[in-house]
Ligand binder design. Structure first.
Ligand SMILES: [Zn+2]
Ligand SMILES: [Zn+2]
Length: 259
């Protein structure tokens, strides 16, 4: 079973490695298609605007430059290169997201819930002093937002659909009810979840979504695209291998978009 499309890698247009280095690794690993889905946020809220400036992650303004680069790279590599985006989703920003996606006209968009009410799901510090009840309430809100994302149908792909499991302070708060809520939303949506390998070879050691969540999705006939969420060249290689083992063991195959 061969996994030849990777729909979720980052470049230095957000927090990853330069595109030629990522493409060298992808070609080397035997991939046939790679999607650059760099982080992007279009919210007007001041805290997020400041964070963008400070970290230098401004794809909403730099995508035309990245597009020129992708066009010249397409001439040099025997790979299909997608001009994509990993866009932060917050229901408050739906209007801005619609007009940005319309203007930018990416090959496809990956939607992510990285923050709930301004709090980053992937950081430990905000949760360290919270009670169990408060953590549970936060995780409930995360899955409500994720279901909103899926129902919005603004994105071709939904990223790392059980992101709280990545964060030690929130791990274990995801329930079967959350799985069902989100899986039901996927059943009626054009948006496809990804099998995200961002932490499978690291501390967490599991894909997003975790096995029980995957089962709830499969029961509803929902399939996955493969997204390594690589930020560095060696991650592309290693995660492709992990994907192939995963799909081979299950005699399954990932979905391929645009075939
Ligand atoms: Zn993400
Ligand atoms: Zn990512």
């Amino acid at each position: 079973m061969s996994v030849v499309h990777d729909y979720h890698v980052h470049s230095n247009y957000s927090d990853g490695t330069q595109m030629p280095r990522m493409l060298d690794a992808a070609a080397d690993a035997g991939l046939r298609a790679v999607g650059f889905a760099d982080h992007c946020n279009v919210a007007e809220r001041e805290g997020l605007q400041r964070e963008k400036r400070e970290y230098g992650i401004n794809l909403d303004r730099t995508y035309p430059l990245r597009r020129e680069a992708i066009e010249s790279l397409r001439e040099q590599y025997d790979l299909r290169i997608f001009d994509a985006v990993e866009l932060d989703y917050d229901p408050r920003d739906e209007g801005d997201i619609v007009s940005f996606l319309d203007e930018a006209d990416f090959d496809y968009a990956v939607g992510s819930v990285h923050r709930v009410a301004g709090t980053n799901v992937q950081r430990s510090a905000p949760f360290a002093d919270l009670s169990e009840r408060e953590r549970r309430a936060f995780v409930d809100d995360y899955y409500e937002r994720l279901a909103d994302l899926v129902e919005s149908e603004l994105f071709a792909v939904a990223a790392h659909v059980d992101l709280p499991e990545r964060t030690p302070e929130l791990r274990g708060y995801t329930t079967a009810d959350h799985h069902e809520l989100v899986a039901d939303a996927f059943r009626g949506s054009r948006t496809v979840p990804e099998l995200n390998a961002g932490r499978v070879l690291r501390d967490y050691g599991e894909y997003h979504p975790a096995p029980d969540f995957r089962a709830a999705l499969r029961e509803r006939g929902v399939a996955f695209v493969a997204g390594s969420d690589s930020h560095a060249p060696d991650e592309i290689r290693n995660r492709k291998r992990a994907f192939e083992d995963h799909f081979a063991e299950r005699e399954a195959e990932p979905v391929q978009l645009f075939d």
